[in-house]
Design a protein around this ligand. Structure first.
Ligand code: F6R
Length: 608
């Protein structure tokens, strides 16, 4: 969603901020802005649309100020206008604030400030922050005290960065439920909501924690925790981030690049973990809690979107392999439910970004229950990775396209290994599955080698308005994920259904204008899926089937068939989803859509 970059040092801040904002573009945004401070001289540039719309103006008009903040905004409070873009300012334009998150009590604060004579220029919740700082500056001895007083009034979630002409040598930053990282340099320091914005300058970072307030000069970082009212010695960590993975290379966009990284994602997710020669699954991240895991008799999985569908696949895998009952909930629903939760239940959060607000809130909800909190996370060092008791990284590398692709592949690969780890070698499936995981990258590559054929088929479907995706068993969540991919990047109506549900309603929609993508790979349930396909054909619905190599008979039943290599039932969803990612991708490209930045969506949903 929104992105923040900040810089203090002696280089031209504008260059660092613009590069950083470009690096954050993948998160989704609709306007961008920068504030620069050179002593008491300030400059502000704001634009609707892409960062590159801002570049020329900044390069032409901005000085070489060494104190700068920048922001990409994804509209929540107030429309997409220049006035609503950040930085937001106080009335005399001496305080500049960028903010990610939502200030829930902003109308109450705004009323209070309006009562005190303050006038507002935007419709944003953010504008109350510089005005509040201004309000407290009139009563308190220092900017830091005014900043903290303002934060004490604010309810909600935020990462906030402020600068002021009154303190032109300092960056002020604060975090509550929204990520913010300080990059530590030599006589310079950086700030960002996502390390990818600053990693080209420094690998040394300090992750701010909830309620931390940082006062940063070019040589010092001073952190005070508001809740505990104490000074913190900041822990400097080293970023473990592969720069080249964040670059596009020869691909036309990140989505295609990331789909094609599926074999590498499976390899990294299994490397040193599922070791066929030794017949073991070693998940280092779970080692510290293996003893506790023996007493777990129920797992509740919480996640959103694609990660939720990975969780639904895991439900089948963990229940059948580890014999532990699993319940999967959308974190946004879990957070407002009252349900019994015993100590022997573990909460497992799945998230690519590790920054999804609802999933973080779910972990917070059980904070005092004394239950084990586990995480399956891709982004190293993210909030969820840091707040869970133990967990396993997906190691898929940075995912930049808004639509999640390789992360799903890695999540299911990791979750299968979690199931095997919980199974501890008891099931007959243990050894064959480890062997299959080792063969899977090559099988994923076989699918990618057919990309041109999938493109041809997808383009023939690009003019339909509606799609149904059906599957059974783990093919059901895979169908949900296929439908989500089409919705997100093609803006077409697509629904995922359990094939067995067809006669209970969805069949009524079927006619010659409503195609079905039927997951019909080899399984004991295949004949039942054939019956569903027959029912659809009888109503003239076009059917594109996804089948296992060698199934020639299915061609008689369907308009089109795409094949995947034979694989275990447990690993099928991984291969099935790669096909559906390509299918959705080529439809979206044919329709002329921006696949990396689909309209109305953001990469990391850091507000509820
Ligand atoms: C879909 C997609 C989203 C995310 C969801 C959760 O392609 O990207 O549905 O899966 O917002 O995000 P994470 O996994 O970062 O928690």
């Amino acid at each position: 969603m929104c992105g923040i970059v900040g810089y203090i040092g002696s280089k031209p801040g504008k260059d660092i901020i613009l590069r950083g904002l470009e690096a954050l573009e993948y998160r989704g945004y609709d306007s961008a802005g920068i504030a620069l401070l050179d002593g008491e001289k300030s400059q502000v540039f704001k634009r609707i649309g892409r960062v590159n719309g801002l570049v020329q103006e900044v390069e032409d008009k901005a000085g070489n100020a060494g104190l700068a903040i920048g922001h990409t905004r994804w509209a929540t409070h107030g429309g997409v206008t220049v006035a609503n873009a950040h930085p937001q300012m106080n009335s005399d334009h001496s305080i500049f604030v960028v903010h990610n998150g939502i200030i829930e009590n902003f109308s109450e604060l705004r009323q209070k400030l309006e009562g005190a004579g303050y006038q507002f220029e935007s419709e944003t919740d953010t504008e109350v922050v510089p005005q509040l700082i201004d309000y407290y500056l009139k009563q308190l001895p220092s900017f830091t005290a005014a900043f903290e007083a303002a934060l004490n009034d604010v309810r909600g979630a935020y990462s906030i960065v402020a600068i002021s002409t009154r303190e032109p040598e300092t960056l002020y930053a604060a975090r509550l439920s929204s990520p913010l990282v300080i990059g530590v340099g030599e006589h310079e320091n950086f700030l960002a909501s996502d390390p990818s914005a600053i990693m080209e300058h420094t690998k040394k970072v300090i992750y701010l924690e909830d309620y931390d307030v940082a006062v940063i000069t070019k040589d010092t970082v001073d952190v005070h925790n508001l809740k505990e009212d104490k000074h913190i010695s900041p822990k400097v960590e080293l970023l473990d981030y592969e720069n080249k993975q964040a670059l596009l290379g020869d691909y036309p966009n990140f989505m295609l690049k990331e789909i094609f990284e599926a074999p590498a994602a499976i390899r990294s997710a299994t490397l040193g973990r599922a070791v066929a020669e030794q017949n073991v699954v070693k998940l280092g991240g779970l080692e510290s809690v293996l003893g506790q895991l023996k007493y777990i008799d129920r797992i509740v999985i919480v996640a959103m979107g694609t990660s939720y569908y990975a969780g639904l696949v895991a439900e089948y895998l963990i229940e059948s392999l580890a014999d532990i009952p699993v319940e999967v909930q959308l974190a946004s629903e879990f957070n407002y439910r009252e349900e019994p939760f015993s100590r022997s239940t573990a909460l497992l959060a799945i998230s690519q970004s590790g920054e999804t607000a609802d999933t973080i809130a779910a972990l917070k909800k059980v904070e005092d229950y004394g239950v084990l909190r586990l995480g399956i996370v891709n982004a190293v060092g993210s909030t969820i990775a840091r707040m869970t008791d133990a967990g396993v990284y997906c190691h898929a590398g940075p995912e930049k396209a808004v639509a999640s692709t390789k992360a799903f592949v890695a999540q299911v690969t990791v979750l299968l290994q979690v199931a095997l780890c919980l199974n501890d070698g008891r099931s007959k499936r243990f050894k064959p599955l480890i062997e299959e995981l080792n063969k899977l990258p090559a099988k994923a590559q076989v699918i990618l080698d057919q990309a041109d054929a999938i493109k041809t088929i997808a383009e023939n479907y690009a003019d339909y308005r509606d799609f149904l995706f059906i599957g059974r068993h783990t093919g059901f969540p895979a169908a949900l994920e296929g439908a989500l991919k089409v919705k997100e990047i093609s803006y077409l109506h697509a629904e995922g259904y359990a094939a067995g549900e067809m006669k209970h309603g969805p069949l009524a929609m079927i006619d010659e204008h409503f195609p079905t993508f039927a997951i019909a790979t080899d399984s004991p349930l295949l004949e039942k899926t054939y019956s569903n396909i027959q029912e659809i054909k009888a109503r003239k619905g076009p059917v594109l089937a996804l089948a296992t190599e060698g199934n020639e008979a299915i061609k008689e039943l369907c308009s089109d068939v795409i094949y995947i290599p034979d694989t275990a039932p447990e690993t099928q969803p991984i291969l099935q989803v790669i096909v559906m990612q390509l299918f959705a991708y080529y439809i979206a490209i044919k329709r002329g859509n921006d696949v990396d930045r689909p309209r109305n969506l953001a990469k990391s949903v850091t507000v509820e």
